[in-house]
Design a protein around this ligand. Structure first.
Ligand SMILES: Cc1cc2nc3c(=O)[nH]c(=O)nc-3n(C[C@H](O)[C@H](O)[C@H](O)COP(=O)(O)OP(=O)(O)OC[C@H]3O[C@@H](n4cnc5c(N)ncnc54)[C@H](O)[C@@H]3O)c2cc1C
Length: 498
């Protein structure tokens, strides 16, 4: 196996990871465990890992397991509640729980409380039709082993024992409904990224902060050549690898475009920024212990579902509400306003225009959100927390999401809200576009990447993969006994029982 060598002309590696967010640090840590002798470099343009979308204040920190997010259980045209997406996301989160448990047990990660905390996940709605929907959703999920612990009520007093801020000052005549699952979590993906990055540094990975990758191209020898800018030293150099992961978040589209792989053709990005209200009154935060998700308003994209969340960041408990959407043409919080215009290519112009024309609801929604005053933002909060005091909330700017625009099977441009793994045909380069459900499912996405890009190694890796993920290759919803075993074991390792 090749080892890294450094010449003034070029640095050579087996693997180069671009970006130090949750995706690259997860993949790097998995690869180091599977192939300790592979030489790996990671280049991050900022001065720390996990400072873009993975930073705890740039995302909502929800351990997405589809326990409370209503957009994962839509009512179909036949009137039935579809649970397929919710099951798929929950299965993926079970993989995350197992991998993080494994890393706590082998010392890769520190105390679980530094990155994951138990927190009930609650869905809360008001109005007749919404209450009926929530009841039907409860009936559809309850028989599934993954959701067996779901509780449901329309009783205001019971809801008040789950989350008193929701009920205090609320009109007792208003029809409300709530469902709750106690096994939810709040996750600090920034802390996770930084702990994994520190582990990589201590595992012989050549991890460089303040290093921006400006272009990726194929060399004559078939290896990928990266142009890297060491910003502090003002130096530029070339690094090459036989496999490259473009885990650059909002920066991934332009780097994948620069690689020239045909698979990126037709893809475009549509940036939607997020803002949250954060409580400045710690006594209020002490009175709420849940993530409470509602329903998105008409025309709103699924990631704009409002929620009132307890957050645990750096040992402090806080309360947060949002998100409110914003618009900026930058693809990264630390990016440039030219990101969107510079991402337009002849091959993605038409799909991007088609997306604009067929998503007028979204455009109207965004224009409304961007012009919404602080007063209107507080009014939205009061739908959840009627007695919210407007003096006790500050507006913070979260991360940028770059929603994927791509051609559908008929060649028409469509907007997609999920995470898209784009890989070159020979599996030597791959990158991630999109945002949702994002960080929570990073381990599953990275295992999918391994299957796509390293098929020849998979059989050799299988025993190690099964050590990391005891349920590897199994659907836990189909195996309630294994599900119970794994839930108990991961709750203990991740200290989620207390
Ligand atoms: C408002 C909001 C709320 C969200 N809520 C949730 C949630 O509740 N739960 C959840 O699971 N997910 C959530 N997400 C999604 C989640 O944050 C992302 O899916 C996840 O953080 C993406 O991780 P990443 O590593 O791909 O990207 P990032 O964390 O953005 O990391 C990319 C890194 O690449 C670096 N980089 C970029 N370009 C270059 C370059 N050219 N050279 C070198 N380095 C580069 C960046 O500086 C950055 O550090 C949310 C996102 C947003 C924006």
């Amino acid at each position: 196996m090749a080892t890294s060598s450094s010449t003034s002309a070029e640095q050579q590696f087996d693997v180069i990871l671009i970006g130090g967010g949750i995706m690259s640090t997860t993949l790097g840590t998995i690869l180091k465990e599977l192939e300790p002798n592979w030489s790996i470099a990671l280049y991050e343009t900022l001065d720390q890992a996990g400072q873009e979308s993975s930073d705890p204040w740039n995302n909502a920190g929800t351990g997405h397991a589809a326990l409370c997010e209503l957009n994962y259980t839509p009512r179909g045209t036949d009137g039935a509640i579809s649970t397929a997406k919710a099951q798929g996301i929950n299965e993926q989160f079970q993989v995350s729980r197992q991998l993080w448990s494994h890393w706590v047990e082998n010392g890769t990660l520190g105390s679980p409380r530094t990155f994951i905390n138990a927190l009930p996940h609650v869905s809360f709605v008001w109005g007749e039709e919404n209450a009926r929907y929530l009841k039907d959703r409860y009936e559809a999920l309850k028989p599934l082993p993954l959701f067996r612990d779901i509780e449901h009520t329309e009783d205001l007093d019971e809801i008040s024992t789950w989350a008193p801020l929701l009920t205090e000052g609320r009109d007792p005549q208003q029809r409300v409904a709530a469902s709750k699952i106690d096994s939810g979590t709040d996750v600090d993906f920034g802390s996770l990224s930084r702990q994994l990055a520190n582990h990589l540094t201590g595992s012989d990975v050549d991890l460089r902060y303040g290093h921006e990758v400006t272009a990726v191209s194929r060399g004559a020898d078939g290896r990928w050549q990266l142009k890297v800018h060491n910003k502090a030293a003002g130096q530029k150099f070339t690094a090459s690898a036989r496999f490259v992961f473009v885990g650059a978040g909002g920066g991934a589209l332009s780097l994948l475009q620069s690689s020239g792989i045909p698979e990126i053709k037709g893809f475009g990005g549509f940036p939607v920024s997020g803002k949250f209200l954060r409580s400045t009154d710690s006594s209020v935060a002490e009175r709420h212990h849940a993530k409470v998700y509602g329903l998105a308003s008409v025309g709103a994209p699924p990631m704009s579902v409002p929620h009132l969340d307890t957050r645990f960041v750096e040992g402090r408990r806080t309360l947060m509400f949002g998100p409110y959407a914003g618009f900026s043409t930058s693809f990264l919080k630390h990016g440039s306003i030219t990101d969107l215009p510079f991402s337009v290519r002849p091959h993605n112009l038409l799909p991007m225009m088609q997306v604009g024309a067929s998503n007028t609801d979204l455009v109207t929604y965004l224009m409304k959100e961007v012009t919404t005053s602080q007063k209107r933002k507080i009014e939205a909060l009061r739908h959840f927390y009627p007695q919210a005091d407007d003096e006790a909330w500050e507006l913070i700017t979260a991360g940028q999401r770059v929603q994927v625009m791509k051609k559908d099977a008929k060649g028409k441009g469509v907007l997609q809200f999920g995470t898209e793994l784009v890989a070159g045909a020979d599996g030597t380069i791959a990158g991630l576009l999109g945002a949702s459900p994002g960080a929570s499912t990073a381990p599953s996405i990275m295992f999918r990447l391994l299957e796509r890009c390293f098929p020849a190694q998979l059989e050799t890796w299988r025993p190690r993969l099964q050590e990391m993920i005891p349920s590897y290759g199994h659907q836990l919803n189909e195996d309630p006994r294994l599900l119970a075993e794994i839930s108990a074991a991961t709750s203990t390792s991740l200290q989620l029982d207390a």
